[in-house]
Design a protein. Structure first.
Length: 369
């Protein structure tokens, strides 16, 4: 079987056919799953359509999904929530976009998944946003905190024109640079700078472990700035100080299992970080989950602004726990200093009470201006 698979994938034509067949199969499977859910759905009042739910093994995105669901349950208890994946609406021969338009009623609400989805770097989230806006131009829409980046000015212009046509939409940017871009791109809709929703986890947990060592949480994708060899050299240096370990917020395993048991995986990640005296990471959600564990975090560079500018949220709030290193040598020196600090490892609530508990009122006010 493996020989046949290799043979198929070695030829550009058969590979293209095989990938198209696989895409069709997955699209149909998602269509059936979603249509069954929609047929079972019985409206009992106002509905929140939560769109773009994460369906992959990145714990950062899954943590956003977990926190969004908790936030909706806390602040919109009287409403039903109906969830749909991006690929149920676009990038499929079985689009349920028109079905969504049929289901939406006046007074309902659209909530879009947070993250790095206002971009043309990959995926279909931006296309999904625009498609939904075109079929529901009068809907009440909340775009949860976004990182913005477009390689193509044409793509940026297309997104801007679509968003600016919306009558009742609030756009949240999750860092200073994205906020500046959003104000330029979307002058006709309300735009605010808002922290990533996973920050609502910080201050909600307490751990009494005896802490030791440094955990490295490092990405292995196109956003990484430092090579594997450079990270390995830093880990070897740190081993002279204490024990070290390495992980990533993108998990290896059956995606369906990770998605289905996301909360277990997320809480296990936080619990793991709580055993260490420091975390070194180039992951934005690695940073936030470290803080949820009460563990000081040293942030190293990526190829874009997301992680470094995202860290600005913690200035003046968790100063003893968040450090930004301009180089791996500086990361090492900071790590040495952090290992010698005596900290409570218990951070206060801040982002949940100061931002997300206030968001429902802000949203209601902004979309009616």
């Amino acid at each position: 079987m493996n020989k046949i698979k290799k043979l198929i994938l070695s030829n550009p034509i058969t590979k293209r056919i095989a990938l198209a067949a696989r895409h069709f199969q997955l699209s149909y499977k998602l269509f059936i799953k979603t249509i069954i859910k929609l047929k079972k759905f019985e409206r009992k009042g106002k509905v929140i359509f939560y769109l773009g739910i994460p369906a992959h093994s990145n714990l950062g995105d899954l943590a956003q999904g977990m926190c969004i669901r908790r936030w909706l349950k806390k602040h919109y208890q009287e409403r039903q929530v109906l969830e749909m994946e991006t690929n149920a609406l676009v990038n499929t021969p079985f689009s349920l976009l028109n079905k969504l338009a049929e289901l939406y009623k006046s007074g309902d609400m659209i909530v879009f998944q947070s993250g790095y989805t206002t971009t043309d770097l990959g995926g279909f989230a931006d296309e999904m946003h625009r498609a939904v806006m075109k079929v529901l131009p009068n809907a009440e829409m909340l775009m949860l905190p976004q990182t913005i980046f477009f390689k193509s000015k044409d793509n940026e212009k297309r997104t801007a024109e679509c968003y600016n046509s919306m009558k009742h939409m609030l756009f949240l940017a999750r860092d200073r640079i994205s906020f500046g871009m959003a104000k330029q791109m979307f002058p006709d809709i309300p735009v605010m700078q808002f922290p990533d929703i996973v920050t609502t986890l910080i201050g909600n947990y307490s751990f009494n472990y005896s802490r030791d060592g440094i955990m490295f949480c490092c990405r292995d994708d196109g956003e990484k700035y430092y090579s594997d060899e450079e990270i390995s050299l830093l880990m070897n240096k740190c081993e002279r100080l204490c024990k070290v370990a390495k992980t990533d917020t993108t998990k290896v395993g059956k995606t369906a299992d990770i998605v289905r048991n996301a909360e277990h995986y997320i809480m296990n990640e936080i619990d793991t970080y709580a055993h260490y005296k420091a975390v070194i990471t180039d992951r934005y959600h690695g940073t936030i989950l470290s803080l949820a564990a009460g563990t000081p975090v040293i942030i190293i560079k990526t190829t874009d602004h997301k992680v470094i500018t995202g860290a600005e949220w913690f200035k003046g709030v968790y100063d003893d726990y968040v450090y930004v290193a301009d180089s791996l040598d500086e990361a090492y020196e900071i790590a040495k200093s952090v290992l010698n600090k005596e900290l409570t490892n218990k951070l206060p609530l801040y982002f949940e009470t100061n931002y997300y508990d206030k968001l429902p009122e802000i949203f209601s006010k902004e979309i009616r201006k």
